[in-house]
Design a protein around this ligand. Structure first.
Ligand SMILES: Nc1ncnc2c1ncn2[C@@H]1O[C@H](COP(=O)(O)OP(=O)(O)O)[C@@H](O)[C@H]1O
Ligand SMILES: N[C@@H](CCOP(=O)(O)O)C(=O)O
Length: 293
């Protein structure tokens, strides 16, 4: 059995805890019942012995497998990880979604994506990563009565994501503690209106509107101050013609949405100006969670 989940870029500027999209960078897990439990990790985390023991995927998988089957069973897990951890590309969401989907698959229980999404909400209180991780594409999401309600837009293949990934981890839950506890009416209205315009621009495919729409007063500045080079990344992005350029999730990755014709020029600019950072040009993902039986 094989399950894969894409990386995600959440917030997208003003859409704090609500907007997110998926990119073609995936974590893949292969697993089958085995006499003995074993974990093999390739890619991100392969040199991290902690992940062999205290593994978020394994603990969530085991909880759901036991709930679904009322029994325990050893499995052999082989992880092929492409999503860097604690870099604002939704690695924790990818693991949560993958573990829940894999447990249902291992238990032989077919379940809808929507149901997997609502299970994932138990582990991650904000829906802006888990929703695109499950559904793919661009998503606007909210929570009512412990359920995710969302709308999805397919992203065209003439757009690309150029992500700049610093070698600095930013733990999401920790970085949420430095955000303001409240916002002025002016700033609340600013983010409300810019989020609405960002969503409308995505659904109307008015990509030129995104530069103005995708601006934030809730979270980006406070987080970017912990790595000031990110202000320079955003400046270079817009000077080079990016359609939008925002902190990816809680960071440290910076996400830029560009026309595919501009992607290599913009990526090269980033590589030249920020040689210590990893730069990746990615297709958008419209599939989300994939289960291969
Ligand atoms: N491939 C993985 N396997 C196991 N656990 C993972 C994996 N990727 C992420 N995690 C868990 O998620 C944590 C990172 O979560 P978080 O800080 O929210 O990062 P991100 O911004 O990537 O979502 C890691 O410290 C680890 O506990
Ligand atoms: N809305 C969340 C998004 C976190 O995304 P991640 O990829 O950093 O986990 C937040 O801004 O805290």
């Amino acid at each position: 059995m094989t399950v894969s989940v894409p990386a995600t870029s959440a917030n997208l500027g003003p859409g704090f805890d609500s907007l997110g999209l998926a990119v073609d960078l995936r974590n893949v897990v292969e697993f089958h019942p085995s006499k003995f439990f074993s974990v093999s990790i390739k890619g991100e985390g392969e040199n991290n012995p902690r992940l062999k023991g205290n593994n978020l995927f394994v603990s969530i998988f085991n909880d759901h497998y036991a709930r679904l089957t009322k029994k325990t069973q050893n499995f052999k897990f082989t992880f092929h990880n492409q999503i860097p951890m604690s870099r604002g590309l939704g690695s924790s969401s990818a693991v949560i979604v993958s573990a829940i989907a894999s447990a249902h698959e291992a238990a032989g229980i077919r379940v809808s994506k929507r149901r997997i999404l609502n299970h994932a909400l138990v582990y991650e209180s904000h829906p802006d990563n888990i929703t695109p991780a499950v559904m793919g594409g661009f998503n606007a999401a909210t929570i009512e009565k412990n359920k995710v309600f969302s709308q999805r837009k397919h992203l065209p293949d003439y757009l690309k994501a150029v992500v700049v990934i610093p070698n600095k981890q930013m733990n999401t839950s920790k970085s949420r503690t430095v955000l303001p506890k409240s916002y002025s009416k002016e700033n609340a209205i600013y983010n409300l209106s810019h989020t609405a315009l960002t969503v409308a621009a995505f659904f109307n495919e008015d990509w030129e509107m995104l530069k103005l729409a995708a601006q934030d007063r809730f979270h980006q500045k406070a987080r970017m101050k912990t790595l000031p080079e990110l202000f320079a990344v955003q400046k270079v992005a817009y000077e080079s013609g990016a359609l939008m350029s925002t902190l990816s999730g809680s960071g440290s990755t910076f996400f830029s949405l560009v026309y595919d014709d501009d992607a290599s020029m913009i990526a090269n600019k980033f590589t030249q100006k920020f040689p210590d950072f990893i730069v990746k040009t990615l297709d958008f993902d419209n599939n989300g969670l994939i289960i291969e039986r």
